[in-house]
Design a protein around this ligand. Structure first.
Ligand code: PBG
Length: 316
């Protein structure tokens, strides 16, 4: 019958097939040369120096988007290393754009890898609690600008600081970077799934936690409010983080908003799959593709995944 045909067609058209260009591949870059240092908490992921980052890219088949994190040499209360024009991230952006002009380079814009206390904000002098909002926003804008000057295509503010998207948009526009876009970490939950990453970047808070500025996982409305706010401040893409335990949020955001939705499949999600597959590459592939496809099915247009390099090979 006609209706049956229509329905079966609909079913087929709803199949979601993961593609390498759905993936954003993260890298942790360090100063130095010839470095490829395994990260204990994230088997298969490395701290790499810029030369090895460049050597790696041809191996990441079909990957179009790279997300850069930098490792600080010297942390301080003001995260000053984060906005040096010759910092490791800034140099990595230049090198990537020189060798692979078509690659889309996204940079994490946050303070936690660079602050001595490990928080994503600048704190008031002699305080463990009071956030200096003006200084934090100003620093985030300086970091974003330094990345834009180096050639970043997208900056990705991840401090969950109210006003960060608008402040960065203004700073970029004022300095002639109207074409640098913003991928906002809009809905970032206070999650237990981040622990392998914090070890990787040595960015765990030295005191307190991030619950005052990351979202409560018992709440879904707040995420939509944050996303709405970031879009109104000029976000080009909005992100939900983590992904697997937050598929409902991804789904709702996709229904409600017109901008592309990104989801961050975080370090704990990666480690779970690694652990479960116990070194069996076929199991690992099947688990990873199922998990990442579910994130896409929920509505994510882009997925940040540490399996990115493998996905490129698996799906070739
Ligand atoms: C914070 C930031 C976090 C991650 C990346 N940037 C979360 C946090 O430490 O609070 C986690 C990513 C992951 O777990 O893969 N700027």
């Amino acid at each position: 019958m006609r209706t049956y045909e229509v329905n079966s067609l609909r079913t087929v058209s709803k199949i979601r097939i993961l593609k390498p260009d759905d993936i954003i591949l993260p890298y942790f870059v360090v100063d130095g040369h010839g470095i490829r240092r395994p990260i204990k908490s994230m088997p298969g992921i490395y701290h790499v120096s810029i030369d090895n980052l460049i050597n790696d890219i041809p191996d990441a088949k079909g990957i179009k988007y790279i997300l850069l994190f930098g490792l600080a040499i010297k942390k301080d209360k003001k995260a000053q290393e984060a906005f040096r024009f010759d910092g490791v991230v800034q140099r990595a952006i230049k090198a990537l754009k020189k060798h692979f002009p078509d690659l889309i380079v996204i940079t994490d814009v946050c303070l936690c890898p660079y602050t001595s206390h490990g928080h994503c904000r600048i704190l008031k002098e002699n305080s463990k609690l009071d956030v200096d909002s003006d200084a934090t926003l100003e620093t985030l804008a300086k970091i974003a600008l330094s990345h834009a000057r180096a050639g970043a295509d997208f900056v990705a503010p991840s401090a969950m600081m109210p006003g960060q998207v608008g402040t960065i948009r203004k700073a970029l526009d004022k300095n002639g970077f109207k074409n640098t876009r913003i991928l906002a970490y809009s809905a970032k939950y206070a999650s237990n799934f981040y622990s392998p990453f914090r070890e990787a970047l040595d960015s765990a808070p030295r005191f307190g936690d991030r619950r005052s500025y990351q979202l409560d996982f018992r709440n879904s409305e707040e995420a939509l409010t944050k996303i709405r706010q970031d879009i109104s401040e000029g976000a080009d893409i909005v992100m939900i983080k983590p992904a697997l335990a937050y598929l409902d949020i991804i789904y709702k955001a996709k229904q409600e908003f017109d901008v592309p939705i990104a989801a961050y499949s975080v370090s704990g999600e990666y480690s779970m799959i690694k652990e479960l597959s116990g070194g069996d590459k076929i199991k690992e592939r099947n688990l990873a593709i199922e998990a990442l496809t579910s994130i896409k099915r929920a509505g994510a247009d882009l997925i940040i995944s540490y399996f990115g390099k493998e996905v490129g090979k698996w799906l070739r």
